[in-house]
Unconditional design. Structure first.
Length: 156
């Protein structure tokens, strides 16, 4: 069974905490791709990927500017874990669940997935997707507790 992580960036991989740490030490907040990812969140993503072999589909609005090839270059340049195999289509950024469903509708075979997002409004997702949603706090992003919950979910 194919395992997929639908991944948002802002608030999930880019955290207020890390941006504040960078700013307080006069280090750059961004590189040529955008805001720098929080290394704690990257390591938690690595734990999930290493244990599940899940692939990544990007739901973040970053997909609009970077597109799939730019995100894949960023993944390689930043030495990020896992493999980005796609981005959700641009249907309606307010209803991210419709974009996720449109991507899922293109797949053949069984898919087990997790949605990782910091979105404050559950209406962004479809009712039937809420059981697959792992909501994070934008200050801390993908933390260890959430990563363990995602691991348990994907390993079922």
């Amino acid at each position: 069974m194919k395992k997929i992580l639908f991944l948002d960036f802002d608030g999930v991989m880019v955290t207020d905490r890390h941006q504040e740490q960078l700013a307080s030490t006069n280090r750059p907040l961004r590189d040529g791709y955008g805001a720098k990812f929080d290394p704690v969140c990257v390591e938690n993503l690595r734990r999930i990927i290493d244990s599940t072999d899940a692939d990544i589909v990007v739901t973040s609005t970053w997909k609009m500017n970077l597109r799939l090839d730019g995100i894949q270059r960023m993944w390689q340049t930043r030495s990020l874990p896992g493999k980005v195999i796609g981005v959700t289509p641009d249907i309606d950024t307010i209803h991210r669940g419709d974009e996720i469903q449109a991507w899922l509708d293109t797949q053949t075979g069984a898919v087990r997935y997790a949605i990782i997002d910091d979105c404050p409004i559950l209406d962004f997702f479809r009712e039937d997707q809420l059981q697959f949603l792992f909501k994070v706090d934008e200050r801390t992003g993908l933390d260890e507790k959430t990563a363990l919950s995602i691991l348990n979910h994907l390993m079922k």
